[in-house]
Design a protein around this ligand. Sequence first.
Ligand SMILES: [Zn+2]
Length: 415
Amino acid sequence: MSAGALRHTFKRPLRSGSAEMPIVEGVRIVDEVETLPKEVRIFDTTLRDGEQTPGISFTKEQKLAIARQLAKLGVASIEAGFPAVSKGEFEAVKEIAGEGLGPEIVALARSNKHDIDRALDAGVDAIHVFIAASDIHLKYKLRMSREEALRRAVEAVEYAKSHGITVEFSPEDATRADLQYLYQMVKAVAEAGADRIDIPDTVGVMTPTRMKYLIKYILPAAQGKIVSVHCHNDFGLAVANSIAGIEAGAKQAHVTVNGIGERAGNAALEEVVAALEFLLNVRTGVNTKLLYETSVLVSEITGIPIPPNKPIVGANAFSHESGIHVHGVISNPFTYEPIRPEMVGQKRRIVLGKHSGRHGVEYALKTLGYPTEPDIVLKVLDEVKRLGDQGVRVDEDKLREIVEKILEERELTAS
Ligand SMILES: [Zn+2]
């Protein structure tokens, strides 16, 4: 293939001014995806779907603290809760809506007047109306025919819209619904005035290829309204499926901080945002430098620890132990890091252990303000490896202890 033919496959002009501009060091924008939007709305549902994590129930104060952080982070929408479920939930949603935080405040409602009225009374900016679309949900949960569900969906959207409020509609379990019926439902609610249509992968059964196909299939039914994705992580594909949906033309993603949510959780906000911003050059409005502190806040409030190997916000996401990697990262961080840790509010950590080498020890000693003469470095390295073989982790305190002892011994032999 000639260079000309190769260039011809890049269907859209490059956006970033320079054709060679990398987002992530070494990665060029191929940009062959012509349906990729320039901007994506981040619809955070930590306070609604995230709260459906088994064992999690936020107090009003906790909800407010998370909502304030999400506003600072810069998400487009905060789904604050489901006002019809309890008095406390109603009060919390009402209070968040009254704070004037900036992002659109959304409340969830089933497709009935009572739920929509409760959401309206809470004073939110938008209502997220839903009804099941799959036969399994219609038959075993709602005991309702397809025709009945379709009628209720349209009535609910029309009723909410008659109050002049922004309406987002979700055909629940969309990814297991009959495709033609799903198309019919999306078209009907779009015509009834829904402002956005969300496609939930309620039990997380999609794959990226299927998600792309589904979003492309459903886009014409939405008639120009924003199409959103809402992916669950049952097979660990929530983030990949969200990105695939966006590549196919979805302009909004439902996410939760740390990916909390029912069962295996939802697509993680920090991962979806980082992939969009740094891998695809898509703007999200999120201040990525606040991703880490947001993750820590939600982890502290929920009591759910951040797994060390979690992308973007995990303790190991920018940690290096192997001698080869540490040497590389010290001379140029991009040798073994895709992005700078500061871009997501993280820190690089050099961990000492049995895989460590001279450079790692030298770097760690320098960071702590200790001398780095070769004999000290080698003695510390020997001790680090000896402890590593015994399974002992050398953290900062342990390193101080080791080096202080070596320096003390050196002084004794010198005097
Ligand atoms: Zn969900």
